[in-house]
Every structure is written in C-alpha cells, then in structure tokens.
Design a protein around this ligand. Structure first.
Ligand SMILES: [Zn+2]
Ligand SMILES: [Zn+2]
Length: 495
C-alpha cells in the first residue's frame, strides 16, 4: 500500500506582493524515502520569462540529504523533460529562456506541469524531515524584477563605480589569439578577467543581438565576485546600433521587417520590458566596411525613448567620429540623454585601436548607491555619470551646482530664476595640469574664473547666475595638449 511518508502539502497561492513567492511547495520525508526519487509537481503559467526556485529542508544534523533537479513540461513523458540537476550543491537556481544557473539548462519555459525532482541519498530509518520550495515566476525579464535570491551586490557601499558598457565575446564577433597562436572566438572568461585586472567595477557584455552570453555571465559572476557582470545586447540593425541594458527578455531586432517596421517599434518594445537604450557610435558611416553602423533610422525615431548616447567609442574622442556633437544636438532639442562611453572591445587581450578600445577604454563612471545591476542602471538613468576617456583608475569629475537652498549634480535639474545667484563647482581628481572646459547649450561658456587644475584634487567654483531661460550646463576636462580626459553630463537649469 502506498504510504503517506512523502505527504505533499501543496500550498499554491499567487503572490500577495512582489517579495512573496508565487508558489510554495512543502512536504515531509521519513526513513521510508531513503534512496528514492520523487517528483514534486507545480504548474507554470503562460508567458513566463524566468523561474527561480529557493529550496530548503530540515534534518541536516541527522545527515538527511535531499538532492535537487528539475523536469519541465515537455509533452513527451520521461527523461526528455530533464532541465537540470544540481544535487546537493545548490539550493537556489533560476531557469530562463536566455540563461540558467549552471547545473540547469536555459530554454523555452513551456506552460504546464513541471516538477522538482528530488533525490534522497540518505535519511535515517527514524528520521523525519520537511522541505520547502519557494518558486517565483517573472514575466518581464527585467533586471528590476529579479528576486533577491538572484541579486548580485558586489559592493554594498555608495560610491563612484567604473565600468565598460560595450564589449563583445565569442557569443558574437569577439576573437582573440588561441593557446596555439591562431585566432578563435574569444571566451567570455577572458573579457571578465581583463576587466578585473583593469580594476573595473562593472562591465556590460553586449554581444550582437543574441542572448547566449547571459548564461556564460551567470556562470562567471560568482567567481568574479568583485566585478559586476551585466547582461546587455548590441541591437544591431541595418539602420544603426544601440545597446540595450536591464532586460533578458527576447528583443526582435529586425528593424525594417514586417515584425519590426521601424526603430520606434523596437524602442517601444524595449520600454515595455523596462530596458534602457544607448545609441552606439552614432556618426559612423554606414557602408560596406561597417554595415548599418551609423544611426540612420528611417523614418526618424522618437528619441524620447532613448536614455543614453555612446559619446566615446574606443578611442574616437577628438576625432570626426566622436559622438559628442550628436549627443549635444539632442540636448539642444530638449532631450535629456545621458553621455556614456564603451570600448566596443572585440579582443580581450588587445590594445586600443580606432573602432575598438582595450577593455576599459573608455570607462563610464557612475555614482551609485551600491554596486548592483539595478543601482548602476538607476545611476545611468539619472545621469549621475561621466566618461573617463582613457579609462584611468582614479580620475574623477564631479560637477554640481547650488542656487539658494537648492543643489544639483550631474543629471539633475536646478531652479535658477532670472538674476538669481548660482554657483557651479567642478571638482577634478587625478588630473593635475589639465584644464576645465565649461559648456552651455553646446557652446564654450564665457564665465569668469580660473580653469587650470593645479593639484590632483581640486575644486573650481564659478558664479553663473540665472538669465530666466532654460539651459544645460556641463564640464569637460582636457589635458595640456587639449585632448579630452573627462566628459561630464549636464546639470539642467530651469528658471
Ligand atoms: Zn556597433
Ligand atoms: Zn559593438
């Protein structure tokens, strides 16, 4: 007779809040379950992007051991449903179309009856144990929807964090020297290693249109515990390239096709998935050398849905290919678009050359409340960022403003009524001998004050009163030879 030794108390309740699991599966074991396998069924609804399971059980003090695996809703019964086995080595795992915790297999999440697969290598004859599996379904694929169990906080302190937002690996056209001296697709491990050695705090790996590298990053992240590895994509179309951050959901990149008629359709799709968009290398020519590389949406896209522009790609600062004039043109149209940089590295071991920087040349430096994906993306969205053109380890640009009781920093808005006093402060570190350049509405600003930077930690203040009009004001730092070192984002002035 079938015993009740493995009585399942299936408490299936939909989440009361985002923090609550969608399902809680509970059950008990006793000595009769020793060296048996059991399936714990659960139902996956339609349109799920990610399933995350947190599993715990009692009885470890009595050497009770429960191994963990997953079966999906593949209609063919039997072991074709197998989606992974972590045994006793992982108690939390996630499975999505694009990625999965190592031990588990990424792929489509078919709605229907799935099962946790439990193995019991040991439970003593007289022992009793209980287990709980908390299951969460996410339908967005958004970084801000990841459960706490998957959140990576590489540093919990607020501060300035340096990263590279644009790089390629073997998952697209990244290539590097093999151990035998030939050339081969370059493993993502080398990109993460190069970033760690360069002292970067975060990277966004942005292979072209695909999501296959997300699983690689999930494997690498625990090892690179001081370097945040963020999933990204370079959406690569015949009418321009743009990085998308903050979502692992599929994005149809076929701009100009029946499914994605124009860039506006793509931008709406990304917005619905809580993603951020950064137009890459906007003024590259589009020709047979670089197909679709320039930003040429037809018809013109609504750039209110674009959050960022890559103003430095590799070492194109101070060249005709610089993205700064394009970006400032958007600011002059009243758009609040954030300047970022990206190496566009295609070879983790290579030095900087035109069109592709070394890993970390340039960096985007952001002030974030912690070193996590959501905090870095929030800081980028807010514009609390500058571009370190050479990707130094220590240069810093802080641009802030005060008028009356109000203060603002890069990305913020400051109210400065007509004739009201306002002080703008540029603080620069690690750039003795350089000069500050002040820009208002795309033109060099003729504000009185010392521009030379004498020490490696210097603040320069400028009286810059209101004139009753809207402006954007920002600062660059150039070296003694006039080359750009640091590119600051604006403070927006409103009367
Ligand atoms: Zn590109
Ligand atoms: Zn690229």
């Amino acid at each position: 007779m079938k015993t009740l030794s493995f009585a399942l108390l299936l408490a299936a309740a939909f989440a009361a809040s985002a923090a609550e699991p969608d399902l809680v599966l509970e059950g008990t074991l006793d000595g009769r379950d020793h060296q048996t396998y059991r399936e714990v069924p659960f139902d996956v609804p339609s349109d799920v992007e990610r399933i995350t399971v947190e599993f715990s059980y009692t009885g470890r003090d009595e050497k009770t051991t429960i191994d963990l695996g997953l079966l999906d809703a593949e209609p063919a019964q039997g072991f074709r449903r197998f989606r992974g086995w972590s045994g006793g080595n992982k108690s939390t795992f996630t499975v999505a179309a694009s990625d999965a915790t190592p031990s588990f297999r990424a792929g489509p999440l078919r709605p229907g009856r799935w099962a946790l697969l439990l193995g019991v290598p040991n439970i003593r004859k007289t022992s009793h144990a209980s287990f709980v599996a908390k299951i969460r379904f996410d339908k967005t694929g958004a970084a801000d929807a990841l459960p706490d169990a998957l959140r990576v906080v590489a540093n919990a302190r607020p501060g300035w964090y340096r990263g590279d937002l644009h790089m390629h690996t073997a998952h697209s056209d990244g290539g590097c020297a093999t151990r035998g001296g030939a050339k081969a697709p370059c493993p993502a491990f080398l990109t993460a290693s190069a970033a760690a050695e360069r002292g970067l705090d975060f990277i966004a790996v942005s292979d072209h249109n695909t999501t296959s590298h997300f699983a690689a990053l999930r494997e690498l992240q625990p090892y690179f515990d001081r370097t945040l590895l963020m999933p990204a994509r370079e959406i690569t179309t015949f009418q321009g390239h743009a990085n998308v951050f903050g979502t692992t959901a599929p994005i149809d990149f076929r701009v100009g096709s029946a499914t994605v008629p124009d860039w506006d359709a793509l931008l709406r799709d990304v917005a619905a998935k809580h993603g951020l968009v950064s137009i890459n290398h906007p003024v590259r020519p589009s020709n047979e050398l670089c197909m679709g590389c320039g930003w040429t949406p037809t018809p013109a896209a609504d750039l209110a849905r674009v959050q960022m522009v890559e103003v430095v790609n590799g070492n194109d600062a101070d060249t005709p290919l610089s993205g700064v004039p394009f970006w400032e043109g958007l600011l002059d149209r009243g758009l609040r678009v954030i300047a970022v940089g990206g190496s566009d590295n295609h070879d983790a071991g290579a030095a900087t050359r035109l069109g592709s920087g070394a890993v970390g040349t340039p960096t985007t430096v952001v002030y974030a409340k912690e070193l996590s994906e959501t905090a870095i993306l929030a800081a980028l969205r807010a514009g609390h960022a500058f571009v370190d053109v050479a990707g130094s380890r220590d240069r810093r640009l802080e641009f802030s403003a005060a008028s009356g009781d109000a203060t603002a920093t890069m990305g913020d808005t400051l109210k400065v009524p007509a004739n009201a006093a306002a002080t703008f402060t540029v603080r620069v570190r690690g750039a003795a001998g350089a000069r500050v350049e002040l820009i208002e509405d795309g033109r060099a600003a003729s504000i009185a004050g010392e521009r030379g930077i004498a020490s490696n930690d210097q603040a320069l203040a400028f009286d810059w009163p209101g004139d009753g009009r809207r402006h954007w004001r920002r600062a660059n730092v150039r070296d003694a030879g006039g080359r750009l070192l640091l590119i600051g984002n604006p403070v927006y002035v409103e009367p």
